[in-house]
Design a protein around this ligand. Sequence first.
Ligand SMILES: [Zn+2]
Length: 149
Amino acid sequence: MVRQQLKIGDEFTNWEIIKEVDRKNGRRYWHCKCQCGTKKEIEQSSLITGRSKSCGCLRVGAGKKLKKYHEDHYRKDGVMTTTLKRKNNTNSSTGVKGVSSIKTVSGERFRVDIGINKKSLYLGVFDTLDEAKVVRKKAEIKYHKPYLG
Ligand SMILES: [Zn+2]
């Protein structure tokens, strides 16, 4: 493998090196900050090879960690407009438009989104499908009706 000298301030996709840390098991680690603000120690080879590109926030639609991440982050301010480049309402596993099933440690829950002007508005995560349906319906009335006239 090509030896590469990394330094503080180097950027690898979402990671930015902020501090050098001690070697572990002969491997070099760097204290990095993700664009989203998450800080983590990343092995040097992972940065160079691109195996690690972010704390996980970058891999849209992949893995539990991301769903958890989004759930935590979006929940902070309740509602948030996302600009994620993701097809909306196509991955519905519930049969209800805009409602997708997510697996959490406490069981199945239901995430509600609504598409407005090609953007996706996140409406929340709910314990039951019924609850999610009601929220989605209300949102359709609120957001879609004015456009339909
Ligand atoms: Zn991140």
